[in-house]
Design a protein around this ligand. Sequence first.
Ligand SMILES: [Zn+2]
Length: 359
Amino acid sequence: MSVWSAQVTCAVRGVRRGRRVRTCGLVGIREKRESTEKREDEYEREAMLRVLKQMMKIGLAALPGLLGCDCACGQQAPQGVKVASLHPLLSEMARRIGGEEVQVVDLFPRNGDLHEFAPDGEAVAAAADSRLVLACGKGVEPYLDSLREALGPQVLLLELGAHVPDVVLPGTRVPDPHWWNCPENMKRASLALADALSALLPTHGADIAARRLTYAQEMDRLTRTAALQLSRLPEQRRTLVTSHAAMCHFCAAFRLRPIAAQGVAREGGGDTAHVAQLLRELRESGVRCLFADLREAPQFLENLAAAVGARVDRLCMDGVAPGVTGYEDVFLHNVRTICRGLQEDAPPPETPSPNASMP
Ligand SMILES: [Zn+2]
């Protein structure tokens, strides 16, 4: 029996039962008159007809809702929205918060370089077919103005970084665009994303808000984990030297001092005076480990490390690398690697050769 026919049958039975109860409460002469088998059958047929008519009215009124319409006009509403993303960590956020109501399209290539990527014609077409395009903002995507113009006003291009406060590289006015390296920023961005998705899917607002709350709680847990582990570093071990200015938000959140060997987007490094100044800073800070991104060739950093008796380790600063499975993995990998690198002691002095002459 279908749900629909079961509802009809139950409703009919209810009417019959109600009629019988009411009949039993009436005067005996009336009860006697309606108790003949023929009259009862007629009554049941009439009752069935009334209930069926009523159910049909209800069914017609409810039909747009049953078909997924969001409004009273009876028009067919979309079952979800397509969201395109220019960064894998934003794709993950959209899937987590949008749930089954969104279809996320990754525009960033699996082996791409964040500072070299620009969408090709295929990616632009995929973005144009979406209702919402997610971007990091803060200058990470220098092509955004052109992309916005190509997409037109019907596609919302949302720069999530615009909802996160700037953190500048110390000694400069240049903001570090890598805001995702701080879970508190991901929390802020997730709120902006949830607002945008709720506007596109108004009937799913409560579900989106609930998923966003879960996401925010996970970001809080990551913040607490990192704060606890990094709090064990003494003051003299709190300098974080990276290849480019990608960890300033992380450093601001967890009280570290950032040094970016090659500037914001690896533009520096070749200037002799800059290298000399850098070597002085590294020796003064006593760092034993410098950090390059997983995606970059660390030759410049390795030369610096060799000059100051340090080594080079790898962080996932750009949030894009083969094998990266999600924000939690990226963030905890960075926390573990930084803690290990900054806690290292200076390498033991080389044992003098027995044949070496004494000074
Ligand atoms: Zn970067």
